[in-house]
Structures are given as C-alpha cells and as structure tokens.
Design a protein around this ligand. Structure first.
Ligand SMILES: Nc1ncnc2c1ncn2[C@@H]1O[C@H](COP(=O)(O)OP(=O)(O)OP(=O)(O)O)[C@@H](O)[C@H]1O
Ligand SMILES: [Zn+2]
Ligand SMILES: [Zn+2]
Length: 805
C-alpha cells in the first residue's frame, strides 16, 4: 500500500518541477493513485494548495515530519499515464513548469480557485463568535477585513488564538443534473398495478405503460412526459403510489443540442481524393507513426478525405482527433463532422462556456465520444486508442499558444502519434514553409490534391495597383474596377466577400505614390513606427532612425502610416451602393457568443449581398453563391516587421481567393495593393504555391531564417522600462559564453509594440543550426529567474516563435 505521494504543487510564486512528498492518510492508502488531484498544506501557516499526484510509493522510513494530504479531489485520475508523460515532455520542450502544463491540459474549471477564510477555533469567545461569525463556523476573509482597523483587530484575535486564517481550495467543476424517473417494480408488478387503476384514469395507465418500457433505466422527467404524454402531476401521483422514484440524473450541457444537423453519407471520392484516403487508411490500419502533408488547393475537398479517413479509424475500433483553427470561426466544419459521425463527436473550442467544455471533456474521458473536433488545446483531449490525428489548416498561427507553456499543437500531435502508433495528417492549401520543407526532405509524406472538386477552375485574380487608382480619383477604399464588379454581382444576385486586413494596422509607414516601405539596412525587415519615441525601429537588430517626412525612394510627401477600419469601409460602401445589403464581421460585431455563426448563417441563406470582414472571413467558408472576392489592402501584412510577412500575405490572399467560385458559377478575385510587383502577390495571383515555396525558401536561406535556422525568443517585461532593458543586457552577457560560438544572438531590442498593459517588453532572439547547450542553458534560466519573477520582472522563453512582436 502506498504511503507516500509525490505531489506537484500549484504555488505560482514558487514554481519548481520538483515534487514534494506528502503522507497519505491510512484511510486513503489504497485509493490515491498518480494523476489524481489532491489538496495539501504548503509552507508555514494554514495555506492549502491544489496539486497533482505524480507517483506513490511505500517508503516507510522518511526523514522528519511529512505533512499529510488534506483532501482528495478526484475519485479517478484526471491525468492518465499518457497525460503524465506528456506533461513532463511538454515542460521540458517548452521550458515551462510541469504544473502549468498539467493545468493547460485540463478544462479551466478544474483549475483550483482559492478562497481565503476566517475560521473559529476551539478558544473563540462567545462574543467574537456572535459579532464576527454570526454563529457560523467560518466567514469569507475579505468580508470582515475591509478597513485597517478591522485587519488590526483580526491580527490581535489571531495572536490570541481566537481565530485562524484558512485557505480553502474550491473545486469549480459542477455537474449539471436534471430530474429523472425510474422504477424498481418488475414488469409483472407494473401489470398488476394496472388492475388497481380505476376506469377513467387513462393518464395513469399511460404512465404505467411508459414505466414498463424503461427496463430499469432512468429517463429524464421531461423526456418521459413528452414521450408518453403524461403531466408532472401524474408523475407525482405515481410517486405517491410507489410506482416510480424521482432521481437526480447527471446530464451534459450539449452546446449543439438545439441545432439540427443533417446526417450526411460519404461522397464518392474523385481519383486524387481516393489516392490520399487510401494512403492514410493504410497507415491507420497498419498503426504507422507517419506524418502526411495533404496539400490540396482551396475547394479540393480535403474535408471529405479527413472524414473518410476518420471513418477508417473508427472501423478499427479506434478514436480520431481533428484539430481546426479556432473552431468557433468555422461552424460549417462542426456541422460537417457532426453530420457524418453524430453523437460520437465531441467539440472543444473557446466559444463554449466553461461548463460546456467540462462536460465535453468528461464525455471524451469516459469514452462516450470517439471523435474530437477542436481548436488548439483540444490536442490534449483525453482520447484513448487514438487511430488518427488530423490538423486542418496546419499553417495557421493560432495553433501556437502565446503564453506559457508556449507550445505548438503540431508538436503535441506528433508526440501523441508516437505514443499511440498512429498517423498524423497535416492539411492545407498553403502549408507552412517548415512543413513543406520537411515533406521535401521526405520526413513527411506528401499527398496532393491539385484540382478543385469536379474540376472547377480556381478563380481568376486581378491585381489592382492602388498607386495609379489614387491618382485617378479622390482617396477611397475602393478602386473603380472593384466597384464595377461589386455592382455587377448585385445586379446578378450573386454574393461578394470583401476582406480588410487589419493585421499590422498603423504600425509601419508606406508611400502611397510608389508603395515603398521603409526597411532596416541590416536585416531587410520593415522598420516599425514607435510613436512614443517618434522613431522607426528595427526590432531584430536594434537599428533606429527618424520617421521620414518624404519618401526616400520617390521623394513624395504621400508617405504615412497605413490603416483603416472596417466600420469606415462599411459606411463608405453603403454610401456608394445604397441598395446593397451588407454584413460586417469583425471583433466588434462578433463579440457576443454565437454572433459569428449567426452572421454567417444569415449570409449563407442569402439575406445579404456583401460580407465585409477582417481576416476571420478568409478561411474555410464554403458558400456556393459567392463569385466575387475583394481584398481591400493586401499590403498591411507585408509591412510587418517579421520575416514571415510574405508567407502570411501569400497564405491569406490564397485562402481568401479560395472563397470565390466554389460551386457552378465562376469566381473572380480583385486584390488592391500598393505593391503589385511583390512576389507574394504575384504568386498568389497565379495560385502558385509551389512557386512561392521555392522563391521564399531562397529568401530564407539568404537571410538566415527558419527553416534553415532554429529560433528561440526570450522576452523580459517590467513596469519599469529601465529594469527590463538592463536585465536583457545582463542576460546577453550571461548567454554568450554558455552557447556555441556559431550561434547568433540578436538584440536586445524593444518589441515593436513595446508597451502592453503598462509593461515594457524587450527581446533577444537566439538563432542556431545546432546548439548542444541550449537545453541546459534555458532550463537553468527558467529556474534562476524565479526570484526575479517574484519582484515583478517577467521572463518568457518561446521556442520557434511565430510572431516577433
Ligand atoms: N468527392 C466529392 N464529390 C462531390 N463534392 C465534393 C466531393 N468532395 C468534396 N466535395 C464538396 O466540395 C466542396 C469543397 O470541399 P472542402 O470544403 O472540403 O474543400 P477544402 O479542400 O477543405 O477547401 P478549403 O481549403 O478552401 O477549405 C464542399 O462543398 C464539399 O462538400
Ligand atoms: Zn535590423
Ligand atoms: Zn515613394
């Protein structure tokens, strides 16, 4: 029997990966197992914290006095063997703490909430019991300690032993219950009960008939009443007569219960889809830990390949995990998967309430759901026997988490594929350069869908040079050709989608006459406008120069920061086209839960002619009547001070173009830009992913960027800019001798948005090809900066960051 538990404790100010030993009280010795949550005392005083049991052992001779576990939170482990291994791996590979990782893997409601209480003691005087506690055993600390006088009085009482402060760990997870009915009578007893019912009581007979069909099962009262057409009053009568019992029935909050999703059957695959599905199925059946890159143009029917591959895994008695970028943004995808697999599907995404997420999580854990669809953190879904993992739109940067642990869902997916011996499918029309490069090397197997379903052509793309447009007429967000095209669609009762790129809003300057963007002379990366210092800064190398008043390239005075809002665009368009019915989709109009899905449904049902939106409309939408796509400003993302700016622009333009002409009617795309000759725009015009890939790889090679180099970003932030900067210079001195001479250290530099939440950010970027000392150095850094964190300086380590801002 296990007598000692190694517990990972949740103490934010004193994190460590070293577990603490606690004694397991005799009564629980056969019950406490690894992966359970427990409440333990920590430090001096009465502090209670939540922790995870990592290991149990039966060592009986330990040094000193071990504290005992206070309470056991779970009846069964919430982290199984795989999950425990995964936390250890995740912590090591992202340089974060194991407790943070464990918490990230579980639904938010399972995170402990602490309540500070004031308790009575054995020696509390009757007056204090009455005045302070009003007869209760404990009170909320904050409610009785609002003034300094009160606090000082409490301190006095505490010193006198009359009261004590206690930290209560609150379990926030609540199950939802409904009233259910069940009967313990046998069929024969029910029949004889029928004979006691007097002639006219038809409803009582209906009740008995209903109960007879239950076969000992429990049914919710509501469902029972609906199905057998009896009232709650009749149920009460039945209860009084001893025919039935009312019980509390645990129910799941099902976020999709009210939406009626039509069941779908597998489509007949085209030749390319068939080849891809066969290869994946083969790997599923053979339990191959293989990674596929499914590179399929927009509208090539990747989803159908996913669905039929998932079916193959289910046929083997296995489960499947399907990741999509922030799913609340693609309600269409949920419908497709639920339509095919019905109740076997659990959905996890940030649009759900915490209770809903918890319920879906439990459904997966209890193996009641075999298919999980979800956004980033769904990669930790507690599925057993995974047969296939799919990652749709694998290039999406929302798969990377910005806070600790800074993990990429792709990394976790690959780890789980090793654990479960199953294949991973990375799907995209525009794979990330890293992924495509790995396929080139043969690390991943490449599967290609080169054509749209039914050989529909990809839409024609016209590039509109906004420099000449602006010379022709007054400043407007709309070029003449785009307006003509919009009017034309209005006349033909076809729909249009307009995208306004908000990324990089106003943070760089652009010449409206020649399209020139100011770049760093050292790094070939856009300089960022810093209004606080009135300078242009390179945040890769630290180069700084004044804000130009005229364009260094053409000497025009039309150089200014760039940016415009969706609301303004909507107003302008409504003025220009008073008859058009417009839906606007941006952070403002989609803030409310479910608003996103509603707006899309409205557009889908033809209640609007034009959908204006930010990047959120670029992906996944499949509306047959959309024949026109307009991109109002292709350049904003290009101007970002990030070596991935071209890649992101190309991906975005290709994705949004892909929304046009997906069904019978041919589509057309208009891209407005000040940089018509930029290669990202040229390749997007020709839907030429492969061309872009080769060109961009050459650029990365030349600049010494990923995938040719690996990168790690270290940030320091503090309310005091001087402290953050000083710490980074010290850190640079500290890092240099510890790392390989070949390794490049960039910075320290202020982050482009240097001040967020009143904190100042500084960063160092480590670039390397091979760095044997990296792991040791960064692990040391993580642990040694604990003391500084307590003083308010925050250090962040980000392996392979996706954003340098
Ligand atoms: N074999 C098929 N036969 C008929 N229709 C199909 C077939 N496969 C897919 N489709 C239909 O083609 C359309 C496009 O498919 P889907 O949305 O899966 O494309 P996709 O590759 O995911 O595109 P995107 O990357 O643009 O999201 C959908 O409406 C889908 O129902
Ligand atoms: Zn530079
Ligand atoms: Zn210029």
């Amino acid at each position: 029997m296990a007598q000692i538990a190694q517990v990972l404790v949740d103490v934010p100010t004193m994190q460590t990966n070293r577990p603490y030993s606690y004694q397991i009280p005799t009564a629980w010795q056969s019950q406490v197992t690894p992966g359970m949550r427990v409440v333990v005392p920590f430090g001096r005083g009465k502090r209670r914290v939540q922790g995870f049991v990592l290991k149990t052992s039966d060592v009986t001779n330990f040094d000193g006095d071990l504290k005992a576990i206070d309470a056991v939170v779970d009846l069964a482990p919430v982290l199984n063997t795989e999950a425990l291994k995964m936390t250890a791996w995740l912590a090591a590979s992202t340089f974060s703490f194991q407790i943070t990782c464990a918490q990230t893997m579980l639904p938010a409601v399972m995170r402990a909430k602490y309540e500070k209480q004031l308790r009575r003691t054995a020696t509390t005087s009757p007056t204090v019991a009455e005045q302070l506690f009003h007869g209760a055993a404990s009170v909320d600390f904050d409610s009785v300690a609002t003034t300094p006088q009160q606090v000082s009085e409490l301190l006095r009482l505490q010193a006198a032993g009359e009261v004590e402060v206690y930290y209560q760990v609150k379990n926030q997870a609540r199950h939802k219950t409904q009233l259910g009915v069940k009967t313990t009578l046998t069929a024969a007893e029910l029949t004889s009960a029928t004979e006691t019912v007097r002639g006219g009581a038809k409803k009582q007979l209906a009740l008995l008939k209903g109960l007879a069909t239950l076969n000992g099962e429990t049914m919710t009262q509501k469902a029972f009443c609906d199905e057998f057409d009896v009232s709650e009053a009749v149920i009460r009568t039945g209860e009084q007569k001893g025919w039935l019992q009312k019980v509390a029935l645990e129910v799941y909050r099902d976020p999709y219960a009210t939406s009626d999703i039509e069941a779908t059957k597998p489509l007949k695959l085209n030749a390319e889809q068939q080849v891809a599905t066969d290869r994946i199925t083969q790997a599923v059946n053979g339990s191959e830990t293989k990674t596929f890159l499914l590179e399929g143009v927009t509208g090539s029917g990747k989803t159908e390949v996913y669905l039929q591959s998932i079916a193959a895994a289910l046929a083997q008695g296995k489960t499947a995990l399907m990741l999509v970028p922030e799913i609340s943004l693609t309600p269409q995808m949920v419908r497709r998967v639920k339509g095919r697999f019905g109740k076997a599907v659990a959905v996890l995404h940030s649009g759900l309430s915490n209770g809903e997420k918890y319920d879906e999580w439990r459904r997966i854990k209890r193996q009641e759901a075999q298919v999980v669809v979800g956004a980033r953190s769904a990669v930790f879904a507690p599925l057993d026997k995974i047969g296939l993992i799919i990652m749709d739109e694998e290039h999406e940067s929302s798969y990377k988490q910005d806070d600790a642990p800074r993990y990429h869902a792709r990394q976790v997916a690959l780890w789980r594929s090793q654990y479960h011996d199953c294949p991973v499918v990375l799907g995209s029309a525009t794979p990330s350069l890293e992924t495509r490069a790995r396929a080139e090397k043969g690390v991943y197997e490449r599967l290609v869908l080169a054509d749209r379903v039914n050989r529909r052509p990809l839409p024609e793309v016209s590039i509109i040079d906004m420099k000449t447009e602006l010379q022709k007429h007054a400043e407007s967000n709309f070029s003449a050709p785009l307006l003509v095209a919009l009017q034309d669609r209005l006349d033909r009762h076809e729909q249009s989608v307009l995208m306004l790129n908000r990324r990089g809003y106003s943070s760089f300057v652009l010449c409206r006459d020649c399209g020139f963007v100011l770049k760093c002379p050292n790094c070939d990366i856009s300089l960022t406008l810093h209004m606080d210092t009135h300078t242009m800064k390179c945040h890769y190398c630290g180069h700084e120069e004044p804000i130009p008043r005229t364009c260094p390239n053409c000497h025009s005075r039309q150089i200014r920061y760039y940016g415009t809002g969706t609301e303004k665009v909507e107003e302008e368009l409504q003025d220009l086209m008073p008859d058009a019915r417009i839906i606007r989709m941006d952070n403002d109009t989609t803030r409310k839960k479910g608003a996103h899905a509603k707006l899309l449904a409205k557009f889908g049902s033809g209640e609007a002619d034009i959908l204006i939106g930010t990047q959120m409309i670029a992906k996944g939408l499949d509306f047959p009547n959309v024949t026109l796509v307009g991109v109002l400003n292709a350049d904003t993302a290009l101007g970002l001070p990030d070596f991935r700016a071209s890649e992101r622009t190309f991906q975005l333009l290709t994705q949004v173009s892909g929304r046009a002409g997906r069904a019978e009617k041919t589509g057309h795309v208009y891209i407005q830009t000040f940089n018509p000759d930029h290669y990202a725009i040229r390749f997007a015009k020709h839907h030429d992913y492969e061309g872009f890939f080769k060109y961009e790889m050459a650029m990365r090679h030349q600049g010494g960027y990923p995938p040719y180099y690996f990168t790690v970003q270290i940030t320091a932030s503090d309310l005091d800019e001087g402290i953050a900067a000083k710490r980074m210079y010290q850190l640079l001195q500290w890092l240099r001798p510890r790392l390989d001479p070949q390794t490049i250290l960039l910075g320290p530099t202020p982050k482009p948005i240097a001040r967020v939440n009143r904190r100042y950010y500084y960063q160092i970027v480590i670039k390397y090809k091979r760095e044997p000392n990296l792991e040791k150095t960064l692990t040391t850094l993580l642990h040694e900066t604990q003391a500084q964190q307590r003083q308010g300086l925050q250090i962040g380590i980000d392996v392979e960051p996706l954003h340098f801002m």
